[in-house]
Design a protein around this ligand. Structure first.
Ligand SMILES: *Cc1c(COP(=O)(O)O)cnc(C)c1O
Length: 462
């Protein structure tokens, strides 16, 4: 059972309780009400290998959420480890203005080659939110440089999520993260999501998408002159609870943006790098956005890195004599970090040499087949899937889809049950989802789904 798991048998450096206690004296964790740790302390880890995480007392947890959607090929992946170590011997970091290096250039070339046609320029940043900020600023700034300074507004979808910095938060639409900060945020135009879970009775995914698309078209027709860009998450609005839509929506939005002279920004931060079944989700609609943000899986889940890919027309609008002050002067200290770029190049090597997208089709098929069984549970309203993402909507009443009161925190009970049974699940509200590393095998899928099923039953039985 633990054969290729040698590193997991080293003695713990500190007992679990001790490390967790030290943690709680100094650390403030992300996306966490710290008081929750009074009855569920943080899990102190000592190692990871493949889909497994191991805590300081030797207990294992299957990482069913790819460590917040970043991990693709398992923890401590030998090929990525080697690439990062080799790069570490050569150059750890350097200022990326006025200097360049092989890992960044090679990565830029490869991203441009892999991206939908027309995206020819690669601007690096160091996390997803920063990439979104870059894309928003680029679009706004493009219209200034192009003599259209009145185009300053952004259109966003209900249920969208683009990160937590103030610009990214402003174009997001998840109230839990956004509502409180509203006084600090720029005003945006919000249109209905094509989210198929919200479709009318008898409506297909495609019809639901067409209805949302028609709404957006009307907004662009009326207000296109003041709009810089539409920003969206293609195919899956992950943070909204893995809400999915038909690819036809993307084609409709692309056409409308072109017709009305508005940029389309595709936030592929969560869905890029094979998550939805294709390298990038946009491919399933055959579209090219004007700007595309990638991060998360870009480095295989190793190091923080992001990129914004832009078309030549946008790039050219910034290319001028310095004194015209048209340049894009945005920067981050760790832009193009060589170690992160080396991890990303190794990740792309694995895609190339191991036929990952093909193999994922089989994995996704098995995962979907197994997860469909959750639909027979009394409190599951829907199981949906896009590629390597599967989600189950847990509700109080499946006939009306009435949710449980959010204050009951059923999802948290499922999380706790799963931890007790060796699986890291982190439901979004009451949406239980699987977004595992691509290296997961069938027995591990069985374990993950069975533990989720038992957790859902246990959390909904009263
Ligand atoms: C995670 C995420 C972001 C933000 O990325 P960070 O690296 O967490 O800042 C932006 N957009 C989407 C769609 C994401 O899933």
């Amino acid at each position: 059972m633990c054969e290729n798991f040698g590193i997991m048998h080293q003695p713990a450096t500190a007992p679990a309780s001790d490390l967790a206690a030290r943690d709680l004296r100094v650390i403030w964790h992300p996306c966490t009400q710290m008081k929750d740790h009074e009855d569920l302390p943080p899990v102190a880890l000592r190692a990871g290998r493949g889909v497994w995480l191991e805590d300081v007392s030797g207990r294992r947890y299957l990482d069913a959420v790819s460590s917040w959607w970043v991990n693709l090929f398992g923890h401590a992946n030998p090929r990525i480890n080697e690439a990062v170590s080799a790069q570490l011997e050569r150059l750890e970091h350097v200022i990326f203005a006025g200097f360049t290096h092989e890992p960044a250039v090679r990565l830029g070339e490869r991203l441009v080659a892999l991206a939908p046609p027309g995206l020819t320029r690669c601007f690096f940043a160091d996390n997803g939110s920063a990439a979104v900020e870059v894309a928003l600023k680029m679009s706004f700034h493009y219209w200034r440089n192009a003599g259209r300074p009145e185009k300053t507004r952004f259109v966003t979808l209900s249920g969208s999520y683009h990160g937590e910095t103030l610009g990214a938060l402003a174009v997001g639409n998840v109230d839990l993260y956004k509502a409180l900060y509203r006084p600090l945020l720029m005003d945006v135009i919000t249109v209905p999501s094509p989210d198929a879970y919200l479709r009318e009775p008898g409506e297909s995914w495609q019809e639901c998408a067409a209805r949302a698309g028609a709404h957006l078209e009307r907004v662009l027709a009326e207000r296109g002159d003041e709009i810089a860009a539409v920003i969206l998450e293609p195919l899956v609005q992950c943070a909204a609870g893995m809400r999915m839509h038909h690819p036809s929506y993307l084609a409709q939005v692309r056409a409308a943006c072109t017709r009305h002279g508005v940029h389309l920004i595709a936030d592929e931060i969560a869905v890029g790098f094979g998550r939805t079944g294709t390298m990038f989700a946009c491919e399933q609609a055959g579209i090219s956005p004007d700007l595309m943000c990638v991060s998360k899986g870009l480095t295989g889940g190793y190091l923080p890195l992001s990129a914004v890919l832009a078309g030549e027309r946008i790039y050219a609008a910034f290319y001028d004599d310095y004194v015209k002050l048209n340049a894009f002067l945005h920067s981050h200290s760790y832009t193009g970090n060589p170690l992160a770029c080396a991890a990303a190049n190794a990740t792309l090597d694995i895609f190339e040499s191991e036929r990952i997208l093909e193999r994922n089709r089989e994995t996704a098929q098995y995962l979907g087949r197994r997860a469909r069984a959750l639909e027979s549970l009394a409190h599951v309203a829907e199981v949906r899937q896009t590629g390597m993402i599967v989600a189950a909507e847990v509700v109080r009443d499946r006939s009306t889809r009435e949710p449980f009161p959010w204050t009951e925190r059923r999802g948290r009970r499922i999380h706790r049950h799963a931890l007790e049974h060796g699986v890291l699940l982190r439901p979004i509200g009451d949406v239980v989802y699987f977004m595992p590393p691509y290296v997961i095998d069938r027995a591990q899928i069985d374990l993950m789904v069975d533990v989720a099923a038992a957790g859902i039953e246990r959390a909904t039985c009263d």
